[in-house]
Ligand binder design. Structure first.
Ligand code: TYD
Ligand code: MG
Length: 451
């Protein structure tokens, strides 16, 4: 076996043969670092191993026992509560509120009778206690530790055997068996591996906090995503008080589920009706705004999509997108031009999802097109209308899943009409006025009198 040095991107975890200034996989600059090689095992595997025990697929397993945190938004994202002996990664930008969320979760779990340990590698016990007092959690029976040496932490966990251990953060932990600085790819990987193995072997659920990092000095949470059962990201715009906890991987529940929180002076508060919240600052009907009836995980969520179209002084007009995929915007602009004869050449286009939510569904296409056209033509979309549907490259509208749930949520919030693709599966129970469109040209013709 040749011993080529291993290089790894700290942003996305992809391995490279040699050092390079920019990772080809994720495009990050200065993120590729050399990794200490893992200890070499025996030269060849010619020796005799044990036979492993094989089973079948038919044996029925009881569903894993789950513990409720008492915070519904968190339970839902976990797939219905915390699974015993599972490993969970909570990633997010520094300062977004991960420690706040997990301290609240720790206190909440502890109050339900679970034995919880919170190990902080970043803050002194006094700091954590101060935060707990501010959040009015000081009476919760959480065992608090401040340590970064993983050997000591594992010894303590083994002696105490809590049901849940929270490690804040994985980037501060270090193993004395690995010769690399804390936060390096090798340390973060090795530390996560030890903790995840410990979780499975000893029946302790662990939650690892991981900071998303922009520069290459510290390994990001991506490098441990594959080791854990559940990956949650805590997202939000700095300027907004809304925070979204999103499951991007979950071996014990649906991925793409979200929990919505609001950062207040007294910590994170649950938002049980996100649609009302995301639409709350809508005042009068304004050109450039369209309400999208979306689905986040198992829950319908209405969001406002806003567009601004203005003549551009630049040779290459601006395309600025917040909360949506910019590639999707380019596609929709191209379809509008090619299939409906509505060009956006020479115009700056700004597109935004109000409230700081990130929308990943292709079903948002029609609302995006609606907002763009409404901004360009300076015609407001009726304020009681929601839109959804996927736009194909031919300009046809494709039905999307969960039509009835989208309509019901819209109806509940006082909307009275919906524009959607033809052949959508509706049960007709929502009481909404439906405007079914076969393609984008029909939509343009009906809404904006052109096309
Ligand atoms: P923190 O949980 O420390 O973030 P992370 O662990 O992800 O780095 O959150 C820090 C921010 O949260 C800080 O800017 C202050 C704000 N905050 C509140 O607004 N209200 C609160 O009650 C608390 C505890 C923090
Ligand atoms: Mg923190």
């Amino acid at each position: 076996m040749s011993k080529a040095p291993a290089f790894t991107c700290t942003a996305c975890g992809v391995a490279h043969k040699k050092w390079q200034g920019r990772c080809d996989a994720c495009g990050a600059w200065n993120s590729v670092v050399e990794e200490a090689p893992l200890s070499a095992g025996p030269k060849s595997l010619g020796g005799r191993g044990r036979s492993i025990v094989l089973t079948d697929l038919a044996t029925e397993e009881a569903p894993p026992p789950r513990a409720s945190s008492g915070i519904d938004e968190l339970d839902r994202v976990l797939g219905g509560g915390l699974v015993a002996a599972s490993a969970i990664l909570v990633g997010g930008d520094p300062g977004i509120g991960k420690s706040t969320l997990l301290l609240q979760a720790a206190a909440s779990f502890a109050r339900t009778g679970l034995k919880v340990m919170y190990i902080s590698g970043e803050e002194a016990p006094a700091q954590v206690r101060m935060r707990a007092q501010r959040l009015d959690l000081q009476d919760a029976p959480v065992a608090l530790g401040a340590e970064t040496n993983l050997r000591d932490i594992l010894t303590t966990l083994d002696a105490e055997r809590p049901a849940l251990a929270i490690i804040d953060s994985i980037q501060t932990m270090w193993l004395d068996t690995v010769e690399a600085a804390p936060g390096s790819v090798s340390q973060v990987r090795a530390a996560a591996h030890e903790l995840v193995t410990f979780a499975k072997k000893r029946g302790v659920a662990v939650i690892l906090v991981g900071h998303v990092t922009k520069d290459g000095q510290i390994a990001g949470p991506r490098v441990v995503e594959h080791m854990v059962d559940t990956v949650l990201y805590f997202e939000g715009e700095r300027g907004h008080q809304f925070r979204i906890l999103r499951a991007v991987k979950n071996r014990f529940g649906p991925a793409d589920e979200i929990g919505v929180f609001e950062m207040t002076g007294g910590g994170l508060a649950q938002v049980t009706n996100p649609s009302a919240l995301f639409l709350s600052d809508r005042d009068r009907p304004a050109p450039g705004s369209a309400v999208f009836a979306g689905i986040e995980g198992t829950r319908p969520v209405l969001t406002e999509i806003q567009a601004l179209v203005a003549p551009s002084p630049l040779g290459t007009p601006r395309r600025t997108v917040v909360g949506l995929d910019s590639g999707r915007l380019s596609t929709i602009l191209a379809v509008l031009e090619a299939r409906c004869g509505i060009p956006f050449t020479g115009m700056d286009v700004f597109l935004n999802v109000a409230g700081g939510l990130r929308v990943n569904e292709p079903a948002a296409d029609l609302a995006v097109a609606g907002a763009l056209l409404s901004a360009r033509e300076d015609v407001a979309i009726p304020p009681d209308m929601v839109l959804f549907g996927e736009i194909s490259l031919s300009g046809a509208l494709r039905p999307v899943g969960q039509t009835e749930n989208r309509l019901k949520e819209a109806s509940k919030l006082g909307f009275q009409q919906a524009t959607l693709p033809t052949r959508s599966k509706t049960a007709g129970g929502s009481g909404m006025k439906l405007r079914e469109m076969a393609d984008l040209a029909a939509f343009v013709g009906e809404m904006f009198g052109a096309g």
